[in-house]
Write a protein that binds this ligand. Sequence first.
Ligand SMILES: [Fe+2]
Ligand SMILES: [Fe+2]
Length: 356
Amino acid sequence: MVDSLKKPDAAEMRPGVKVPAKETILTPRFYTTDFDEMAEMDISVNEDELKAILEEFRADYNRHHFVRDEEFTQSWDHIDGNTRRLFVEFLERSCTAEFSGFLLYKELGRRLKGRSPVLAECFNLMSRDEARHAGFLNKAMSDFNLQLDLGFLTKSKKYTFFKPKFIFYATYLSEKIGYWRYITIYRHLESHPENRIYPIFRFFENWCQDENRHGDFFSAVMKAQPQIINDWRAKLWCRFFLLSVFATMYLNDLQRQDFYAAIGLDARQYDIHVIRKTNETAARVFPVLLNVDHPDFFRRLDIAAEANSKLAAVAESEAAGPLKFLRKLPHIIGIGWQIVQLYLMKPLPAERSTIH
Ligand SMILES: [Fe+2]
Ligand SMILES: [Fe+2]
């Protein structure tokens, strides 16, 4: 029976439309870039690889994949309380991240059209994939009686400007870490089907192949611009992006351990695995990788995660604004200190035979 008087699961802007989560340094971002600089890039040194990737995108292997089957058509009211809240949050964060990719790629496809045709078509086809991913997640949210107003999100979110090379570092890593996140959840639930509390996880295997191909595209673009992965600046920036992406995920996920526990995963072990795998993968294109096997690496991340959970507790407390800030300050400084120390840890050289 439908209980129309049931309390809403989260703050709503209109009935069934969720107020987007508050933006913090750890929420998924929206990006914009210098479109002219990107259009003028000479990609000829790696054009063959890029064209091969374009053919893969055109093949559209997942054309028929994102179809909701009858397993979705049931009540999900048994997922309740904190698990439901965390589950909706997981769907929202994932949907926002996918949608952020869609917007950026769509705009790049539009702006590069006629100026850099191979890149423009690749971006268009990647935006097709991300639209499917975001749409599928948003539809999943509607199973929990909520949806995100993506049009509102497009207009209301702040856009972060990155020069093209930073867009490449950041999107390459987010695609590859996305691949490892999805495939790790998929493989875990394949061997522990009793923990598959909702059908969306069944789709992750083919889904993550989209992310893997997107990552390969950015890897090929960086190889077409060898100066952005070969000099001393590249080493410093790659360290920075690796660390930011890993630390952001670690702090976010450890704050949401109950969600991972609901699908039978230990958030910390899951993150350690994803970080190791992404770090190894990135070594195929980045000039350095982080020394994640050093005992200090996860020790420092754990201290930062602990400070982050204290920070969250202060943020949720009733204290007045200035007092709240003062209480937050030591934790913010604590996290910052650990991140700086992590950044200063000696990286490892990426050992690979060739960079084109
Ligand atoms: Fe995606
Ligand atoms: Fe992607």
